[in-house]
Design a protein. Sequence first.
Length: 210
Amino acid sequence: MSRRRIIGAVLVALVLLAGFALSRAGTALSASDPLQPADAIVVINGRIPYRAMKGAELYERHLAPEVWLTVGNRNAAEVEMEKIDVHPIQEHVYSQQVLEKLGVPTKVIHVLPARNRNTADEMRTIASYAKHHGTKRVILVTSSYHSRRVRSLWHQLAGDSTQAIVQYTDQEPFNAGRWWMDTADAWTVSREWFGLLNAWLGFPLKSEHW
């Protein structure tokens, strides 16, 4: 075989490999663990109402006696609104309302007392709260495309005192197999892989802080 043909074959193989990698980029973001009874169900902040709906479903199945909610970042938009005395409703407030509407008693819902800039902060907050309360196992509820990053960050940052079971929503719109066909899905996949890479490199890039 001539050198030109060899180079051509290699290029074709690389294109096919890249295409396969791109086709798998969405599905590879999903990760879930076998369900076991836990001490608390933790609804990761964001993507209302889907994550809270999944948390309510798991509570209804008696997989844990409590549901915890994390709180998102105080971002630049919120700062500007507060300057003109406009106070936006935070996502965890809506999540609590969803939980209550779906039958979770108010008394078993706990809002973790910390604002988190990003998912890494959330994992540290959850781990610290769990350790302080002697919690041995939690179920972390998030979106399918966010679940691998949640699992990875938990193992990287949370320590060994509390076991985490990762579960993701099954109702949230996201086409993992054809993510490049939708702008929102494409942005989501790009953000998640960027977040994973940032974590693997030791967090060289930081989130905004207010």
